[in-house]
Design a protein around this ligand. Structure first.
Ligand SMILES: Cc1ncc(COP(=O)(O)O)c(C=O)c1O
Length: 375
């Protein structure tokens, strides 16, 4: 609750939507072709071109994309997929959709991504795939994961839902390595279509399978209502595609806006004792800024901090909780505290602050001031 006379509320996230997006969506409405129209292919081609990825398939969400990508690389019943416990729950859930088991390994305390050494130690004869997550937009160490995959003949699916605009050490954009990589376009993402997602990939045969399975298992040359495999309704409608095309045109500017806001936060919070800020880019790696998440000092009460910020009109939230400690995962797989100590420590102290491309320096200053006094 905002106190009387308090300043304007600062939300956690806010999409940049303007006249081009409104016009693009209205044009679809006027065309009367609301699904499976020309914008689907255009959005896929524009998105692939932006990243320098060979191919792309648009889908109804990041979660749907992860599910289809895991199916496309052949993950099935009884297999194990190694992934990060410090992620949004959808990355692990998508493995379970396939009847496989998400096997967690601990994270790197600096980048907060799956630790390649811990992942290597988790490989068993049942492991068939790796599912690294580029968490908070920081690129995972794909060169090491690719070497591990080659050594054990594992498939790779990248969860790039938070990492649009990120770049690897070898200068490839996240999503442009050829491994199926999945992006999400929920309203808080770098680019939004409301709900939506995209799989980038290199293999045309995998794209054909994904495109069929997102559309109820229909082959491209088949008559409507003839289906030669099990499929889903994971299509992205034309309104969303039009919104995505318009958003893509201003993506460079929106990513720059996020990076500028992150710079202000860094300056404003630099002096706060024992507060951990998002890691700086290493070498040629670049974060695709998605959220600004800090780790509170040990001993600072996070719930109390959230309440204190809320009382001053500032939204914040614990982000992310450890997946293995969620009740479903505890019950289904018997996970307990202490299994992944780095992840658990980070998850217990992480706090997402308001972060969006057109946030003002004054708003960042207000958040920093209140957080500093709350700490
Ligand atoms: C790391 C990660 N994976 C998967 C997803 C799922 O994407 P969606 O919400 O579009 O299904 C998200 C989105 O929040 C995410 O952040």
């Amino acid at each position: 609750m905002l106190r009387d006379g308090a300043a304007e509320m600062i939300p956690l996230a806010r999409p940049v939507i303007g006249a081009p997006e409104e016009e693009a969506v209205l044009e679809v409405l006027r065309s009367r072709q609301l699904s499976l129209g020309p914008r689907l292919g255009q959005f896929e081609r524009d998105f692939a071109a932006f990243l320098g990825a060979p191919l792309a398939s648009a889908v109804s969400s990041g979660t749907a994309g992860l599910h289809l990508a895991l199916r496309a690389v052949g993950v099935g019943k009884g297999e194990e997929v190694i992934t990060s416990p410090f992620s949004f729950v959808a990355s692990a859930n998508s493995v379970i959709y396939q009847g496989a088991r998400p096997v967690f390994a601990d994270i790197d305390p600096v980048t907060l991504n799956l630790d390649p050494q811990a992942a290597a130690a988790a490989v068993t004869p049942r492991t068939t795939a790796l599912l690294p997550v580029h968490i908070f937009g920081y690129p995972a160490d794909m060169q090491t994961f690719e070497a591990l995959a080659t050594q054990h003949q594992l498939a790779i699916v990248e969860d790039a839902c938070e990492a649009l605009g990120a770049r690897h050490e070898d200068l490839k954009q996240v999503g442009a390595r050829g491994n199926p990589a999945v992006f999400g376009f929920y309203a808080n993402k770098q680019l939004t279509t409301g709900e939506g997602g995209m799989i980038t990939l290199a293999d045309p045969a995998l794209k054909e399978r994904i495109d069929s399975e997102r559309n109820q298992g229909r082959a491209p040359d088949m008559d409507w209502l003839d289906h030669d495999r099990l499929g889903f309704n994971y299509r992205l409608d034309e309104l969303s595609c039009a919104l995505g095309i318009a958003q893509l045109r201003r993506l460079g500017e929106m990513l720059a806006g996020r990076a500028r806001v992150a710079g202000w936060y860094r300056e404003a919070l630099a002096g706060v004792d024992r507060l951990t800020l998002p890691c700086e880019d290493r070498g040629e790696e670049r974060r695709g800024w998605f959220v600004f998440v800090v780790q509170l000092p040990h001993g600072v009460d996070r719930d109390e901090t959230i309440r204190a910020l809320a009382a001053r009109g500032i939204q914040s939230k614990p982000y992310l909780p450890a997946i293995h400690l969620m009740s479903f995962y505890r019950e289904r797989f018997g996970h307990r505290e202490g299994e992944f100590p780095v992840c658990e420590d980070i998850a217990a102290r992480s706090l997402a602050l308001p972060f969006f491309p057109d946030m003002s320096e004054g708003q960042v200053g207000r958040v920093a001031e209140e957080l500093t006094s709350a700490c």
